[in-house]
Design a protein around this ligand. Structure first.
Ligand code: XIL
Length: 397
């Protein structure tokens, strides 16, 4: 009896997420939610809060804070680079698994889920592959075999350890491309035609029956004109619908969420509407790479608060738009930021003309920005009847 009572008390402490040694929360002394982590607050809604992980930073002995924050704040992780083909198989037939294995091991230690990123993409491919396909020494038939073999090998290695796989990434063009009519773009479409998308999902499913299989892309936060010739969200929606009709095992749509404060951007209700449309097809959704960058004007670089403050506020507001939209649809399973600190963000390296930055939720010294606190507030101040726990997605066979 005594033991039973003690066990029950222990279960309450665990359930409220209280730290060992802390005074357990009671009705008269509730937990201060602002002191809880993003991952704890996300669990109020069964929503996983993730980050991309830079494996070099995670291993850096001089940077313990990076590791601490990854484990404290997040319960889902994505490899920022180390699961990309060029990193995994720089030389044909020789796989460099170590960094990806380390991510999986770290996730296990931290009780985190893993989003696998990425199986098929036109960027960060090994040069042996692109050179061979482009100079004709690798034929189309061989290229298809190589792709099947790659997907099978990688998915099997991590079978049972990946929650969501980004099977195909960024297959669709943008209105500013040439030709402007939206189409399947890039290396794989050029060499194999658009049929590679369905093939990739089938091969991934054969290698892991339980992982959720996602199509992942940017600029698909909300619907536009509704014309698939220029509305990328509509194009992706139509693609997913057709894949489902054809019996292709696709389980979800990943909306990357790379935004910039200089653009118009969508509001929460528009983004919610898009997530609900995808859910209407029977698909899960996720925000997979959220960051909201700003132009680093001369004033920003000189530390002028008149220029910095509106950018930080706009960045926070856009993080919130995507998070509230995700909360509002029970099929939106996770919300992942593409790095959590300006100390390790891809933005300054990629968007340099004009220079951009300030894209993440913590500054270069790991100080939380307004975006971090607004995310917490969104998770705290939401609940029934409009925000309900997530509906688990069953992998489609
Ligand atoms: C980026 C990484 O963050 C960089 O470190 C790398 O140099 C380039 O790729 N869409 C994606 C991600 O799907 O894989 C990209 O990651 C960012 C855009």
């Amino acid at each position: 009896m005594q033991l039973k009572r003690w066990l029950a008390a222990g279960a309450v402490v665990l359930a409220t997420g209280a730290v060992a040694g802390a005074v357990p929360a009671t009705a008269s002394h509730p937990v201060d939610p602002s002191q809880q982590s993003l991952r704890q607050l996300g669990m109020r809604h069964d929503l996983y809060i993730g980050t991309a992980v830079d494996m070099a930073a995670l291993a850096d002995p001089a940077d313990p804070q990076y590791r601490q924050i990854v484990s404290r704040e997040f319960n889902s992780v994505t490899a920022e680079n180390v699961m990309k083909w060029g990193e995994l198989e720089p030389t044909r037939g020789t796989y460099n698994w170590a960094p990806a294995d380390e991510l999986i091991a770290a996730a296990k230690r931290n009780n985190q889920k893993v989003r696998g990123h990425v199986l098929v993409w036109h960027n960060q491919l090994p040069t042996w592959l692109t050179t061979g396909a482009n100079d004709g020494t690798i034929s189309k038939a061989e290229l298809r075999d190589i792709l099947k073999n790659h997907i099978t090998t990688v998915v099997k290695r991590y079978k049972g350890k990946i929650w969501q796989w980004d099977v195909v990434n960024e297959a669709v063009s943008d209105p500013w491309d040439n030709p402007p009519t939206l189409h399947y773009k890039g290396f794989w479409a050029q060499h194999l035609g658009p049929g590679y998308v369905a093939d990739a999902f089938r091969w991934a499913r054969a290698a892991d029956p339980k992982a959720l299989l996602f199509y992942n892309d940017y600029n698909i936060e909300a619907f536009g004109s509704g014309d698939p010739a220029n509305d990328k969200t509509q194009f992706v929606y139509d693609m997913a619908k057709q894949l489902l009709r054809d019996g292709v095992p696709i389980d979800g749509i990943g909306s990357q969420g790379h935004l910039g404060t200089q653009y118009g951007n969508y509001d929460t209700l528009q983004v919610t509407a898009a997530l609900k449309q995808f859910a209407g097809l029977g698909l899960a959704t996720a925000f997979t790479e959220v960051d909201v960058r700003s132009q680093l004007t001369a004033g920003v670089q000189a530390g002028d608060s008149n220029e910095i403050n509106p950018r930080l506020q706009a960045s926070a507001a856009n993080y919130s738009v995507l998070l509230q939209a995700c909360l509002a649809d029970r099929h939106c399973l996770s919300y992942t930021v593409w790095g959590f600190t300006d100390r390790h963000s891809w933005v300054p390296g990629w968007f340099s003309d004009p220079p951009e930055g300030l894209a993440t939720i913590m500054d270069e010294n790991y100080q939380p920005k307004r975006a971090y606190n607004l995310m917490k507030a969104d998770l705290i101040h939401s609940g029934p009847p409009y925000v309900l726990p997530r509906v688990p997605q069953k992998p489609r066979r």
